[in-house]
Design a protein around this ligand. Structure first.
Ligand code: BGP
Length: 475
């Protein structure tokens, strides 16, 4: 079966990882500006002494400088158009519109920037797909409000989301509320703005507050323009039981409930799943430990999302019986090593078949359209003496994952589109490195921010251009 006629081919980025211009146009600092780059980046999750003060003099490249999209967006969007993008997924930096997160009115300079980004997309017939919040809470809301565990953030987010949807909801049809909302199970710092040894109770409360905030955004979209399609966004890593031992099968089922499904169950179905009490109990908590009002629960029920979007990079395996000690070095979610899979240079296990399984599992469970809004291979690219970049490994990775999507379409899953991650090289979320590259477009910057910043087309650029031009017939 071929890809549907209006399949949304495109690419995905996030403001904090590419925009730069971090002190321009009245933008305030976000949590990402204060995070260290390099290997220690996510270790701060467990560091109770992490010094999270607003001190721009100590910010190190590259989190806040990105690839300077702020000054190159016209050129970059033109390159996306040259590849034939039908859509472009990007995020709005909350602190560009509300520098401290608490202001009553949005910053006009920030609005003007996104006016132009959106109009530039539309001039190129590229449909914007906007992520409202992608790992860049205004720093003030983390330091002085304690991040998402604080219910006041619902009000601040509502103001931000209302501003975005009211301003652009007649030009933009697709919005996602929170990027990889479930990733807080592992990294509450990025998606919930909470550092130190975060108690699980805070993570669950923060999730609840984000669910409510997300439902408010859906409510606003319904009011502004009924044509708008609202999506949630989860990190999905297909998970297998390591073997046929029923104990491992049960552990895997519960892992899937807790990690892959919990947030989506609330955001798509509109209510907490039956296993919530079991999940909470794993951490010594009960449902009474959460502050959830009847009005909030009614809001979740009424304003659930229209479609489900997810990132897919890897699969994992569950084994609790101690039959193997082989863990996967670097796999983002840990787990044991799957002997049937190879891994990327960062240890992420590559599994295209797992994407077909993911699409089926998600559609079977939710019965709403699904959108693959991130996928890709982080790799070290080599620039040849003549400036060319041969990234056949990236083409192979993407081709196999597209075949998996084709398979899922054959299975009857309504897949809306495909936006590979980091369609232009940008800063890595987990490591803060520039040298972990995903793009079709190379950006001449290294891990210290040295380089010309010039853009060039990799081998994969022409490949993806052909894929889109043939609507996936020629992979
Ligand atoms: C997802 C995030 C992105 C992104 C991507 C690749 O988890 O939504 O922001 O960066 O993963 O991860 P990394 O940059 O760590 O390689």
């Amino acid at each position: 079966m071929s890809f549907p006629k209006h399949f949304l081919w495109g690419g995905a980025t996030a403001a904090n990882q590419l925009e730069g211009g971090w002190q321009e146009g009245g933008r305030g600092p976000s949590i990402d500006d204060a995070l260290p780059g390099g290997k220690q980046r996510l270790n701060i999750v467990a560091d109770p002494n992490f010094d999270w003060t607003i001190d721009p003099s100590k910010y190190t490249y590259p989190n806040h400088e990105g690839i300077d999209f702020f000054h190159h967006y016209k050129q970059d969007i033109a390159l996306f158009a040259e590849m034939g993008f039908k859509c472009y997924r990007f995020s709005i930096a909350w602190s560009r519109l509300f520098p401290q997160g608490t202001e009553e009115n949005a910053n006009e300079n920030g609005l003007a920037f996104y006016d132009d980004v959106i109009d530039t997309c539309l001039e190129h017939h590229i449909e914007p797909v906007i992520t409202l919040s992608h790992y860049e809470l205004p720093l003030n809301l983390a330091i002085n409000f304690g991040g998402w565990k604080n219910k006041e953030l619902i009000t601040f987010f509502k103001r931000f989301a209302d501003t975005v949807i009211e301003r652009w909801g007649n030009k933009v049809k697709y919005f996602l509320t929170f990027n990889e909302i479930n990733s807080a199970a592992h990294f509450p710092v990025l998606s919930q703005g909470m550092v130190g040894d975060t108690p699980k109770k805070a993570v669950f409360q923060a999730w609840h507050n984000q669910f409510v905030a997300s439902a408010y955004a859906v409510q606003t979209a319904r009011r502004v323009n009924p044509e708008i399609q609202m999506g949630n966004m989860i990190l999905y890593a297909t998970s297998y039981a390591y073997n046929a031992n029923p104990v491992n099968q049960l552990a895997n089922l519960q892992h899937n409930q807790d990690f892959n499904f919990f947030c989506a169950d609330v955001q798509v179905r509109g209510e907490y799943p039956a296993y919530t009490h079991r999940y909470l109990a794993e951490f010594g908590l009960t449902e009474a430990d959460l502050d959830r009002t009847p009005e909030e629960l009614a809001l979740l029920k009424e304003y659930h999302v229209d479609f489900l979007s997810f990132s897919y990079y890897m699969s994992s395996a569950t084994e609790i019986t101690g039959e193997t000690k082989d863990t996967v070095a670097g796999n983002l979610m840990g787990g044991v090593k799957n002997p049937y899979l190879k891994a990327s240079d960062w240890g992420w296990q590559i599994d295209p078949t797992g994407l077909r399984i993911a699409l089926n599992e998600l559609y079977d469970r939710y019965q709403v359209p699904v959108f693959v809004v991130e996928n890709g291979l982080g790799a070290h690219d080599k620039v040849e003496a003549d400036g060319r970049i041969f990234d056949s490994y990236r083409i192979d990775y993407l081709r196999e994952h597209l075949k998996a999507i084709e398979g899922a379409l054959e299975d009857g899953v309504p897949v809306m589109g495909y936006t590979p991650w980091g369609c232009i090289d940008l800063v890595s979320a987990s490591t803060g490195e520039m040298s972990k590259r995903y793009g079709f477009i190379y950006v001449d910057l290294d891990d210290e921010g040295k380089g010309s910043g010039a853009r060039s087309r990799k081998e994969s650029f022409a490949w993806y251009q052909r894929v889109i031009a043939t609507n996936g017939a020629n992979l």
